[in-house]
Design a protein around this ligand. Sequence first.
Ligand SMILES: Cc1ncc(COP(=O)(O)O)c(C=O)c1O
Length: 489
Amino acid sequence: MSTSIDEIIRNLESIHNTLDTFEFREIQHNATPTELVALNEAFFGFFFLLDSSVSAQGLGSGLDSKEQSAWNLSRKQMADQQRVIETFLSTNGTSTLNAPGIAALAWEGEKVIIVRDCHISVIHSLQFSGASPHWVVPPLSDRWGITFPITPDELDDVLAEHQDSKGVVVTSPSYFGLTSDIEGLSSVCRKWKVPLYVDSAWGPQYFATSSLGFPPAPQSQGADVTTSSVHKMATCLSQGALLNFMNQKLVNRFSELFRIFVSSSPSYPIAISVEHAINELAERGTELWTGAVEITKWLRDQIRKIDGFDVLDNEIVDGIRVKHLDPVRLAIRVTRRGITGFEAARILKEQADIDVELATRDLLLFLFAPPDSKQDAEYLLSALKKLPYSTPLGKSRLTATFPEDRPLTPRQVLSLRKRRRVPLSRASGKICAEVLASYPPGIPCCVPGERLTEELLTYLEHIFQDGAHITRTFPEDNGQFTSVVVLDE
Ligand SMILES: Cc1ncc(COP(=O)(O)O)c(C=O)c1O
């Protein structure tokens, strides 16, 4: 797309008329600083032009039941393109879809099986619905310091023991790009007559790119519901996301619950950008992603040759536990070079102005996308080569076991309002009132209603000292990790 301001302005009218959209990212990426000032004016002008009111006839919204509204026609088109029976559009991310989506499987007093390496919005869903989670802790890889998926056989055992459960929730791909055997998991779910909900927030492009070695879309592998944070991996404004259904029975329940979360004043710029991104993927997904896949492959091969780095690659795909590895997610273990991932990320930022997607104690994670070029990859490679080199570090502290005593559900904690902050030294044995999550291992280490253990608190303290960021519900701890909010019993 051209970056000429005149062209942008000339395009605005036709864009507005056709409700087609515009590649914001490419414009911003390609602009020079002087262009940016003018771009700001064009950009905001453009935004306001698109940002129509819900009162404009025919546009519709997420609360709208008129089949012929632009909103609903757009949903229908995107469902067809992704080959699902229905799709719901969120202008507030997958987070707002997970809450009613998982609640559509199980409500208050009902049981839902959840693999523990889930996003925080899955826990928020439990707080909303009152459903009782049965957590399945996925295996932790000692070598990589990350979680691996569960196998169909493991799920079969869990469902045999919990035949009263109303559904299963798994996250696939994981943050590091590992996907579960969705076909196998869904056939186990069919055997036990429960729906499979796949939080595939990081794979919005999969429906259009499997010929490039991306994993197949989970909706094509038997999943009943799948998420898609379109904004994460496609040309779409932040917060544009979809929830896809292959199971008509869940659609009505979901629509009823989703209405609670939907604004009556939708953001049309976000909605249009989702439609644009899905269109673009459907029409030229392979062409769009070929370069990013090739660049990542090239970089993987180069990094493998450098002493001190280990690259997560297809060797971990065993077809049973790990079904695929997303080809544009590049995880590098740096500890044999004598530094932690946190230190490496800081050095890359300070010395080369490189932002990593994620750093853990052991790893650096990079994501590649269509705008990235071979020059970008070469620049990264040369910065990685300059990282310091000293005595290799030992294994990471990946020894956390999660609390097994769960006197209350997350929702029960929410309704008991008395909380107090206690120092870590006095927190063991208390019922946690907040979510404590970190990378590694990418799992909510403690959720509201679980009894804190000495072992978990020590683990969290250690990884915090190693440089891990701990996401929590009540962060006011002066940036430190010295206390935790518990239920005042
Ligand atoms: C697995 C997973 N699900 C859901 C979400 C939430 O997505 P969003 O940022 O679109 O709200 C994330 C965000 O990173 C995620 O990693």
